[in-house]
Design a protein around this ligand. Structure first.
Ligand code: 4FV
Length: 245
């Protein structure tokens, strides 16, 4: 099956920030494999103001500056023009007001071949650009950063981990949250560390028992650290691997 190529257009006034992170890890591997292409677009190149400025004071007063709508609008229009205005593109704005990143919205985003990630700076973006051009608002958490670039890179890492072929499928399936649970405890050499041994079952070579152990441990870890996640799993108490901890 032809591997799908994902094209991500990042609108940012700090393209160097994005380029530096793209030199490492899974993003670098995806770029090298040509399964991912990242284009950076600087809205300053679409500003008709002095010094290519892209922000202004907020109407009604208030702290800081707001990113103006026009340069961002022109940037998005250029990206869509180059995409022949096809509908296979989604525009995402990284903001604390967005839906939290999770598997469901990652899989929804992956239905598109092209993604525009809009990275805000300062106090945010003119509301009218959001209304006109943003399809989905995504947040990495309930805190305020100075810019959307790091959230954009986090979202990219999350998305590309779900692209078939990027990771060995086992990795993604056994990861925290893939099945709605947290990951089980992981061990590697040596067999004994500071008096603590590796659980015997993991050394047994009995894949059925190992699989049962992993699922039970995932339930145990989730119950202890994130019981809220269990509520989302229908009838989890009835699953054969769940035992009251
Ligand atoms: C953020 C978050 C975030 C807010 C103002 C960029 C900043 C500035 N993005 N999840 N939390 N964004 O703090 O996604 O424009």
């Amino acid at each position: 099956m032809k591997k799908k190529k994902l094209i991500i257009n990042i609108i940012t006034i700090f393209p160097e920030m994005i380029k530096s992170i793209s030199k490492f890890g899974i993003i670098r591997k995806s770029l090298k494999s040509k399964m991912l292409k990242i284009n950076c677009w600087n809205p300053r190149n679409f500003s008709s103001k002095k010094n290519n400025s892209i922000d202004d004071k907020p109407y009604g007063g208030g702290p800081g500056m707001i990113m103006s709508a026009i340069p961002l609008y022109k940037t998005i229009k250029k990206i869509k023009l180059l995409n022949n205005y096809k509908k296979d593109i989604i525009t995402i704005y990284l903001t604390p007001q967005g839906k939290k990143i999770n598997k469901k919205n990652i899989l929804r985003i992956l239905k598109f071949n092209k993604i525009i990630l809009l990275c805000g700076r300062y106090e945010g973006i003119d509301e009218r650009l959001i209304i006109k051009e943003v399809d989905k608002e995504i947040s990495i958490g309930d805190y305020v950063l100075n810019g959307g670039e790091l959230p954009a890179m986090i979202l990219i890492e999350c998305i590309i981990r779900f692209i078939p072929g990027i990771l060995k499928n086992k990795c993604i399936e056994e990861e925290s949250f893939f099945n709605g649970l947290l990951d089980y405890p992981n061990y590697t050499k040596p067999k004994k560390f500071k008096g603590m041994k590796v659980p015997k079952v993991l050394l047994s070579g009995n894949h059925k028992n190992i699989k049962i152990w992993k699922l039970k441990e995932s339930f145990k870890t989730t119950l202890l650290k994130r019981p809220d996640l269990l509520k989302k799993i229908k009838n989890y108490k009835k699953t054969k691997y769940f035992k009251k901890i």
